[in-house]
Structure formats: structure tokens, C-alpha cells
Design a protein around this ligand. Sequence first.
Ligand code: GLN
Length: 494
Amino acid sequence: MSDLNKLTIAEARDALRKGETTSVALTEACLAAIDGADALGAFVHKTPDLALERARAADARIAAGDAPDMCGIPVGIKDLFCTEGVASQAASRILEGFKPEYESTVSGKLKDAGAVMLGKLNMDEFAMGSSNETSVYGNAVNPWKSGNGEDPLTPGGSSGGSAAAVAADLCLAATGTDTGGSIRQPAAFTGTVGLKPTYGRCSRWGIVAFASSLDQAGPMTKTVRDAAIMGRAMMGHDPKDSTSADLAVPDFEAMLTGDIRGKVIGIPKEYRMDGMPEEIETLWSQGAEMLRDAGAEIRDISLPHTKYALPAYYVIAPAEASSNLARYDGVRFGHRAKLAQGDGITEMYEKTRAEGFGAEVKRRVMIGTYVLSAGFYDAYYNRARKVRALIKKDFDDVFAEGVDSILTPATPSAAFELGKEVSDPVEMYLNDVFTVTVNLAGLPGVAVPTGLDQQGLPLGLQLIGRPWEEGDLLNTAYALENAAGFVAKPANWW
Ligand code: GLN
């Protein structure tokens, strides 16, 4: 078999089981692709020796007939996941040199299932961003280029390295995390599939915390089938995370029938934004048509509090971040500033945090500290929490009226040029307009590549599902994927 790095998880799994290839061969193909793709800035810590060791162990397991679906599959892991003995920096200077002594539950589940970690993937610092431009490692670059543009494009963020790596076939799949859209937006920008599970499906244990009430890990893959396979392997109850749900995880792949006859798909009118490119409007209507043709009922719905979602998110997420990031003080993890004669513990904290955190992280810590401060707590944080409850209720109401899933655009634009939005934080925050509601309400959401814009760049649609019904959601995504028939790949320039 050739081009082994281009396989999907399902194809590789089937080939492994039939003895048509080996995990070592798959891993070597990916390692070669990674070495040829430094221009993409996707892999920031490479672990080739570890990968080959795990690949050999996976081959032995497959030969012994004990092969879970992910056994022998080479994957990339976002730098936000703690991986035992392997640098885990959350793309921040403050975690320079940090090598965890433990493995996050999610990466540990993949490892136990026999998946082969190729290395750690670039991201925005502490997962704060929508373009991968806040990373201490430098930008990740989108493998896609626009028709006439020479300028490099963002792969999106914060899971930009994961999206670039999957789109460029450097790995078969990758892990991502999503606090306000960081799996779905990069997936949409790179023509890949990104699933954010229901809050509580994947354990947060061992994942560097950004905003604990919003953070969720999920798979970033080439196809919906792969999201079903890898998602299942990542999910499950974990007593080490008190918000992890004690619910069985179904066989999502077995639920991919593509039959969505009778399903009700809601089209929320509040997601029709002023200034949204016409191509995205058109794609959205085409997506609805595709689902209708597949036998679903398309219903106009209203989610009236949508317009308050971004402001509420940008109060709640920084509030939680300011508290979560208090632990980086130069004592326990990673980087410590050089101190001058006479400096005490306060100077150590201040200097370490001043030089360890980048500008966006500092902005969030300052906003978060402000909205939680005694005089402003009610005006900002408590009000945002109330708005959050109303946003959740909007979704509860439409689900109670029989809506099975909701179709929206995934992003308000295609991938933009690196450097274009980074100077204007508010402009950058607008990227999350279609995705943050889902995190605020704790729901599952998936981005599916559905078309190309006039520049030849991928565009995605988002499907939002009922809580815990990832299987049903993925089946609808599968029907959309089949109907859209998105097969384009970026030309290899890197
Ligand atoms: N872009 C959003 C933010 O900057 C979401 C990030 C994420 O989902 N991790 O907060």
C-alpha cells in the first residue's frame, strides 16, 4: 500500500486487521510526512522513537488478535494534553521544560487502545485564540491556499496544529479541545471534521485547564466515520473528573446508517448575521436542502438569546481562566524568572508571570480578575451566568418541541490571512459567533466540510445535537457528508 499517511482511521484499521499493512509502516509514513512539513508548524514536539516503539507493540497486539479500533493508528496530540514524560506546554513559555509525570485520561485512553502518538501539536497559548497566532512556538499554517493568494492562511485556532496536521495528512487524526469553538472552527478552516462532545463526555483530567465549565476534548479527523471511531475511544466516565458523566458510550460507528428520514433539523434565524459572506448563506441553504433530500424535515426555529452569547462567553471564559492560571507562579511548573538581589516571593510571582504569559493570556487574566472583583461581580460575572442559563433554555425549548439537531454555519468566513485579525481582539473574538453558544449550553456540536468558496477554500457547516446524543448527531453529519461529497484536498506546497 502506498500513501499510508493519507488513509482514514477506518481504512487503516481494516487494512491492519487484514494484514495488508502494519502500524510500523503507517507510523513511518506519517513520520516522513511530518519531517517534510516543518513549514506548517503543526508538530511542535516530535516523538518518533516513542511512536515506533508503540507501533511495534500495536503490531504485536494486532497479531495476537487483540485489536481495538484505534490500535496501531498514528495520531497527533494537542499540546494542551499532559503526556507522560513528553513536553506538554500548552504553547506557553510559562510551561517551558514541563514534562508531566502522568498522562491525561483522554490521551491515556487512546494509548491504552493502542493508538500511536507521533508528537504534540501546535495551538494558541492556553487555547486562547482563533488563529493559532498566540502560540509561543510561532504560527501553525493552513495547508490550504487561496486561489490567487500567496499569503499564508491561518488553520484556525486554538487547535490549529491539529487541524493543519490532519488536513495535510501528517497523521490519521488528532485530538483537539473546544472551549468556545477550538475544534469546530479549525476543522471548518481546513476541510476536516471536528466533534465537540457533550460537556462531561470526555474527562478533563490531565488537560491543562482554560475555562473548566466549558472545556471539552474531542476528535479531529478526515471523516465523520473516523470521528465516531476516535470519539468513542476518547470518551467515558472518569472518577478523577467530578464533571465527567457516568454514562455508557455507545458504538457510534454502528449508528452511522445515513438514514435521517423523519428527523427534524432546526434552522435558527438568529444565526443569519449581518455582513456574513453570501457564499456562507448559500452553503447553509444548500446544506438544509441536502438534509431535506435525505428525508429530514427542515424547520425554522428561534434561539432568541444568541446575540448575548459572545459577550457572556468573553466574561465567563476569562473569569475561569484567571482563576485556573493562578497556579502558574514559578514554583510548581515550568518556567521561573531570573531574580535580582533582594527580590522576594512577590517579585518572583510577578516577574515569572510577566515574562511567562503572552499578551492574549494576560488580557484574559486581567479581564477575568476584573469581572470577578468585589465591586463588579454582580454586574458582569453573575449577569453572564444568567444569560448562559437563558441560552441553554433556548436550546432546551427547541429540543422539547421535537427538534433533533440544528444546522448552522460553522464560521462567519473561510480561513483568513495570518496577521489579519491578530491586532484586533474583538474582530478575532467574532470568529466564535456560531460556536460559543454550544459550549455555554454544554451541547455536542460537529463541523462538517461541505463546500469550497470562490477562492477554493473549504467551508464547513455545524450541526448541534441534543445532550448525550452524539451518535444521532454523527449520523446526521454522516448524511450531510455523503450528500456534500467533499473530497478536495490542499495541494502540497510545503
Ligand atoms: N476562540 C475562543 C477563545 O479564544 C475559543 C477557544 C477555544 O475553544 N479554546 O476563547
